[in-house]
Ligand binder design. Sequence first.
Ligand SMILES: [Zn+2]
Length: 112
Amino acid sequence: MRRSPSPNSSPEALFLQQIPKLWPAIKGSLAQVRKTCLRPGCKACARGQKHPAFILSFTRAGKRRCMYVPKDLVPLFERALQNGRQIETLLYELGPRLLQEHRQQRGSGPEI
Ligand SMILES: [Zn+2]
């Protein structure tokens, strides 16, 4: 019998059903900054107004890194960060579900 995804579906079914929907997914944080440019005599920079830019901060091998994100990719990155948080929420949910499934398969065990 094929089980439809429901709150009672197996943790594996839930995982396999949810993960493909959650691409693109990343972890990190997106921030808007203002940066100076290299153009000589730039008025925006002379006024201290500078130029808006987006930075993705993330951790790689335990080190904090930053990369500029092109403006037209910002909506995609915001969606990817949101999906990353949803995957994390899903993973937290799977631990208890895996234990519940195990208990159901071997009969009722004491709940801690
Ligand atoms: Zn400038």
